[in-house]
Design a protein around this ligand. Structure first.
Ligand code: PLP
Length: 385
């Protein structure tokens, strides 16, 4: 991956610092939240200090509604999606993914739903859209929260609307390699005022004073009149705030987000066109996709350790950085961290696609400064394995 932060962004930060402003969460953060809401097409956004913080805040919101229950998650996702479920006393219920969009399988979601289910927490993987009509309807019909992890898919769309606008809550990351960067950072987005207010409170230690709803503030303060209303911790919260400096990066980066996304999309299309489709799977569902990393998935005849070792050796020799297992390193159900939680994971159905991705799926960086000549070279090297 290349550095998303360029000289122009740093110049904006330097200009800002010259005014010797207060740097903790303030007017620049608010401005960035408003710009982001406009760009995405939602009413409210809350800027936090990472995509993982966004995940944690979202599931902590659910904890203010339920004491326990199950949350349906995909096996291919990031670790903080699952940890945020555990930390909030929910049980992660894993199901397999689809091969063509690498996202959670709608039929398996349907099988996994029961009386204890509270939410569907889907991940849009590497820029591909993971939403379907059926998933949206299943959430509605069963009265479940739909949470979208869009940390890898800023700008992807479903039915001509950006993903991240369909769920009750959606989460974004502005980490180094993602579509845009605020050094570290994340956003929680929603159209629901109640969710927005609670996420603001959860971001700021659980303090009531973080809400912008004055009526709510007054009524709750009255209820707890023996406590100082400046220090009324009403929900289990954290300090997930970001700073004015990160917001300045965000405000400058968002200006070129669409332009950069278009370059990345073209890069990905060119890459797929030049890849040997005998060796590698290329029939991804690209409807509404907004890629930020080249996906490599071996076809059936090449799913063996000899080909895999050769592949990795050749890429290393040519200094092509890669990650095996796609997002999060593959099958999350195999990771050791789960042993630290009293809730035991549940897996509904078998995991055939997950196992292929885990063993024979990779990603390679795709970024706006990547030249077509270099993409061609990468394809030639991959095809030579
Ligand atoms: C799907 C997904 N969700 C969440 C995250 C976490 O974001 P962050 O690194 O900003 O904490 C990542 C990884 O970076 C991710 O790929």
């Amino acid at each position: 991956m290349d550095n998303n932060i360029i000289h122009e962004d740093n110049k904006k930060v330097i200009e800002f610092l010259k005014k010797n402003p207060r740097l903790t969460n303030g007017p620049q953060v608010k401005k960035f939240e408003e710009k982001w809401s406009n760009w995405l097409g939602v009413k409210y956004s809350v800027f936090v200090n990472s995509g993982s913080a966004a995940n944690l805040a979202s599931i902590s919101y659910l904890r203010t509604k339920y004491n326990d229950g199950e949350i349906i998650v995909p096996t291919i996702t990031w670790v903080s999606d699952i940890l945020s479920v555990f930390y909030n006393n929910f049980k992660p219920v894993f199901v397999d993914i689809n091969k063509d969009n690498l996202a959670i399988n709608e039929d398996l979601i349907e099988k996994a739903i029961n009386k204890k289910t509270r939410a569907i927490f889907l991940t849009h993987v590497l820029g591909l859209n993971g939403l379907t009509e059926k998933i949206i309807n299943l959430a509605k019909k069963n009265n479940l929260y739909l949470i979208e992890d869009v940390c890898e898919s800023h700008g992807a769309s479903f039915r001509n609307k950006k993903v991240g606008t369909y769920g009750d809550i959606s989460n974004f990351s502005f980490y180094f390699a993602h579509h845009m960067s605020t050094i570290e950072g994340g956003m929680v987005c929603t159209n629901n005022r109640e969710i927005y207010e609670r996420i603001r409170i959860i971001r700021g230690h659980g303090l009531l004073r973080e809400t912008s709803n004055l009526k709510l503030k007054k009524s709750i303060s009255k209820k707890y009149n023996r406590l100082n209303n400046e220090f009324l911790f009403i929900y289990p919260g954290y300090n997930l705030r970001s700073t004015e400096i990160n917001a300045i990066y965000g405000l400058n980066q968002i200006k070129r987000l669409d332009r950069n996304n278009n370059i990345r999309k073209k890069n990905f299309e060119y890459y797929l066109k030049n890849l040997n489709n005998k060796k590698y799977f290329i029939n991804f569902n690209l409807h509404g996709s907004c890629n930020y990393a080249f996906i490599v998935l071996f076809n059936k005849e090449y799913q063996n350790l000899t080909f895999r070792n050769k592949f990795e050796k050749i890429l290393r020799k040519n200094n092509i950085e890669f990650r095996r297992g796609l997002s999060g390193g593959g099958n999350q159900t195999l990771q050791p961290y789960k042993k630290y939680f009293k809730n035991k994971i549940k897996i509904v159905g078998k995991l055939p696609v997950t196992n292929i991705v885990h063993n024979y799926g990779y990603y390679i960086g795709n970024y706006p400064t990547l030249k077509i000549k270099k993409i061609k070279k990468i394809c030639n090297i991959l095809n030579s394995v």
